[in-house]
Design a protein around this ligand. Structure first.
Ligand code: VTB
Length: 334
């Protein structure tokens, strides 16, 4: 994919983040998500791509915008055909409460290269570049911790495992504690948590646990670009979720419960990933409102082909940005 698309993609997550940031702490998850979607969709419309949303806000009947299958971009037909995975507001509860680590996030890859993941849970394991090739989601947790500790040249006691704070993880947490590793619990947003494993200064070494399958594919694009590693296994919980799996081609139990490697989640290395912080986070600062119609955003954009990771700080003049003005007015945020 054209390298200029990486910078274009940042505009998309910046716009979503700026739109959603006005909702910080207002206790309105739905309004915040809608603002992020509105902003992201408008920003996509000026991108010269022929994009198809493969991971989005839901099926057409449940999401009028950025629904799965929606065509986005203003590119010439047949040129720059790409698949897109979006999470305009990853962490709706976080923004509603003004808690850290809400981000706007997008992944892009050539057509056919992103797994069309059903909206179900996924069991995940993710690590940064040094531990690539050392994880096995089917192996006992202690074995994974030993292998990752060895790869990082650490003792198990020095390892930090990031786990979503949910009762479904009680057993995983018990096993991690028994093995002697440390745990960082987070309330929401496992894309940011997975990415943290790729940056040593976050102090996070490995992500374990069950989160959304769509979020799994988005995180995989970032880990691919960073040279990290990830595996997942779908975990449908209800007859409807099994049906969703079947509709996307996971027909038999064997297909549903197969280990999805990083290459199954994101094929090849030609992928792009962009994220902008909405609330203050471990990796990215949130949107900073500076007064006088100015706001600052902090984003990261990664390009799989070259492995380049850019941190982009931008100062926006909200009053001069037509797209944002429209969205902010619609949401009565200006
Ligand atoms: C997961 C996780 C997301 O919501 O989908 C989670 O991947 C939902 O889990 O990052 P619960 O059903 O236990 O709440 C997030 O944390 C935020 O969208």
């Amino acid at each position: 994919m054209d390298r200029d698309l990486a910078m274009e993609l940042v505009r998309v997550t910046e716009t979503a983040a700026l739109a959603a940031a006005g909702y910080m702490g207002r206790g309105d998850k739905i309004g915040a998500d809608q603002a992020a979607v509105d902003g992201m969709r408008k920003a996509f419309s000026s991108l010269s791509i022929c994009g198809t949303v493969v991971i989005g806000e839901g099926e057409l009947d449940e999401a009028p915008m950025l629904y799965i299958g929606e065509k986005v971009g203003c590119g010439e037909a047949g040129i720059r055909e790409v698949d897109i995975a979006v999470d305009p507001l990853e962490g709706t509860t976080l923004i509603a409460k003004g808690l850290p680590n809400a981000i706007a996030v997008v992944a892009m890859a050539p057509k056919g290269c992103l797994l069309h993941a059903p909206d179900t849970y996924m069991n995940k394991i993710a690590v940064g570049p040094k531990a690539k090739g050392r994880i096995d989601i089917k192996a006992p947790i202690s074995q994974n911790l030993t292998a990752v500790a060895e790869a990082l040249n650490k003792n198990i006691g020095d390892l930090t495992v990031i786990v979503q704070d949910r009762p479904r993880h009680d057993d995983i947490i018990r096993q991690i504690r028994e093995a002697g590793a440390r745990i960082k619990l987070f309330s929401d947003g496992d894309v940011a948590a997975a990415i943290a494993t790729g940056f040593e200064d976050t102090g996070v070494d490995i992500l374990l646990g069950v989160g959304g399958a769509p979020e799994g594919v988005i995180a995989a694009a970032a880990l691919k670009a960073m040279g990290g590693d990830m595996q997942g296994i779908l975990q449908p919980m209800s007859p409807e979720e099994f049906e969703r799996c079947r509709q996307l081609g996971f027909k038999t139990d064997e297909e549903i419960y197969k280990v999805l490697t990083l290459d199954d989640l994101v094929k090849g290395t030609d992928c792009l990933f962009a994220a902008t912080g909405i609330t203050q986070g471990d990796l990215l600062k949130g949107v900073v409102h500076k007064g006088n119609g100015m706001a600052e955003t902090h984003s990261v954009v990664m390009r799989g082909e070259t492995g380049t990771i850019r941190f982009v700080t931008a100062i926006h003049r909200l009053d001069k940005t037509n797209i944002l003005q429209e969205v902010l007015k619609k949401h009565r945020l200006v």
